[in-house]
Design a protein around this ligand. Structure first.
Ligand SMILES: NC(=O)c1ccc[n+]([C@@H]2O[C@H](COP(=O)([O-])OP(=O)(O)OC[C@H]3O[C@@H](n4cnc5c(N)ncnc54)[C@H](O)[C@@H]3O)[C@@H](O)[C@H]2O)c1
Length: 461
């Protein structure tokens, strides 16, 4: 199949790469010429500057210019003929009122419509939404393409479910593929594109209406966030309020019931990433527009936002810690482990809260996200960001600090208690937003204070 993937961010780049492994002729197109040049360089570091996912750059290097071609605005017109499927992997950020900003979509589709209308061949082409888009967006595409008099086309919705950090593995073997389309011909084209999944024994391949496919994505994402917020809003609160509740035992006791998922049954300083927050806000907006109740979703969203910085407030109110003029070691910048993505990361909110409380310095470390952080915390935008220094390892970040704050669940942070003991003398406060430190009792015995999500403050003994 000849496939065009429009947008080469996390979703588009992974999708294009994994499709190219199946021997399709894949054109990955982006308006960002610098990105396209980086991918065409075939240099790992340049590719990973944009999307750093385990295994992704290796596929690109392997299939580049054999099955996978990167093209920019100057080349798209020349390759449009003979295309079977066009996947739209475009940003769908939130507007201030929570609704979805579809301008990337409408711009890209109008442009593609003008090119598709001029095609020499008249073969069937399907234009597919892979981004998370409000229910009814497939119809909007249809309308725009009809306005351009595009002949012989179909629209489809095929939402992406990949989790960052495992994007390649989960794209190669997804739990499910959902295809919403209108005609047998369009389902058939998608089956040809996805032939490796269609009859797979462990992959659920669902064919349905475009509207159902769009709804599946919103229900799935908001349900996941609901589960996370349930543990944060109920489990963590119980542990923090009533003494002697051990969060790990609570989790085991509850989730040993087959009906209750272990996934998400942790307490944390909130779930970040580019999707959860914007998707739930969008669904709230969609329901509100139709005068439907949305209170549950609103609470879920608010609990998650509250979690992001409430440990800073607890440190002040429960511990009596004064952040003013203190140096804080910040462990973790990415929104979760195994990715460099910082979009909506808890660390963004924590940095803002720490600067707001007048810290002297923030010594940050993250195994992958430091380059990304320098964009988010650009001192040209806010001179307070000059207080942030970046370090190559946990030790350098902790040295000469007054407290540390774990915001991301990188595995290497599990061993941080020993490093603290070697490098800094009490009084010293450890704030654990991910409950990464299993031997916290040891720290407390050695005179360090320990404040974690899900339990009361443990004062030094
Ligand atoms: N990131 C995830 O983990 C994830 C998972 C599932 C679904 N999604 C959804 O997928 C969509 C894309 O997410 P992402 O994280 O890949 O976004 P992204 O911002 O990383 O990438 C989007 C890309 O589109 C390009 N682009 C913008 N306008 C364009 C145009 N007119 N023509 C060509 N390219 C254009 C941008 O330059 C960028 O490279 C979003 O709707 C998101 O909600 C994301």
């Amino acid at each position: 199949m000849k496939v065009i993937v429009v947008g080469t961010g996390f979703v588009g780049l992974t999708h294009a790469a994994v499709l190219s492994e199946s021997g399709h002729e894949v054109y990955a197109y982006d308006i960002d010429k610098q990105k396209i040049a980086a991918y065409n360089s075939c240099e790992r570091a340049k590719i990973e500057r944009y999307v750093n996912e385990p295994g992704l750059s290796s596929i690109i290097i392997e299939t580049h210019n054999r099955y996978l071609f990167f093209i920019g605005p100057d080349e798209i017109e020349g390759i449009i003929d003979g295309t079977d499927a066009i996947f739209l992997c475009l940003p769908t950020p939130p507007n201030l009122d929570g609704s979805t900003n579809l301008s990337y979509y409408t711009n890209a589709v109008s442009y593609l419509g003008s090119l598709l209308a001029k095609r020499q061949d008249q073969r069937r082409v399907v234009i597919i939404n892979k981004s998370t888009v409000p229910i009814g967006t497939a119809r909007l595409l249809q309308k725009i393409l009809n306005e351009h008099n595009v002949p012989n086309f179909g629209v489809a919705s095929n939402p992406e479910f990949l989790p960052e950090g495992d994007a390649v593995e989960k794209s190669r073997k997804p739990d499910r593929v959902v295809v919403g389309a209108d005609t047998p011909e369009d389902f058939e084209i998608l089956r040809n594109v996805y032939s490796q999944y269609v009859k797979h024994v462990r992959i659920s391949y669902t064919e349905t209406t475009p509207e159902t496919a769009e709804a599946i994505k919103y229900v799935a994402n908001t349900l996941l966030l609901t589960y996370i917020s349930f543990w944060n809003g109920v489990g963590a609160r119980l542990g923090e309020t009533f003494g002697n509740i051990v969060m790990e035992d609570l989790k085991r006791g509850v989730t040993s019931d087959d009906r209750i998922s272990t996934w998400g049954s942790y307490v944390s300083n909130g779930a970040g990433g580019s999707c959860f927050g914007k998707d739930i806000q969008s669904l709230i907006f969609q329901l509100r527009q139709e005068s439907q109740p949305y209170g549950l979703l609103k609470d879920v969203y608010e609990i998650n936002e509250y979690q992001k910085t409430y440990l800073v407030d607890r440190a002040v109110n429960e511990v009596g810690f004064n952040f003013n003029n203190k140096t804080i070691a910040l462990l973790g910048l990415a929104f979760k482990k195994r990715t460099n993505d910082m979009r909506d990361s808890s660390a963004l909110k924590v940095v803002e809260a720490l600067l707001g409380r007048g810290v002297k310095a923030i010594q940050a470390y993250d195994p992958l996200a430091i380059d990304e952080a320098k964009h988010f915390f650009n001192p040209n935008n806010n001179n307070l960001f000059e207080k942030i220094t970046y370090h190559d390892n946990v030790k350098d970040a902790i040295l000469n600090s007054d407290a540390l704050f774990i915001t991301t669940d990188w595995e290497e942070f599990r061993g941080v208690a020993g490093t603290v003991e070697k490098l800094v003398k009490p009084p010293y406060l450890v704030i654990d937003g991910r409950r990464m430190i299993a031997n916290y009792n040891y720290l407390v015995k050695k005179g360090y204070g320990y404040l974690a999500v899900g339990s009361k403050y443990l004062a030094p003994k």
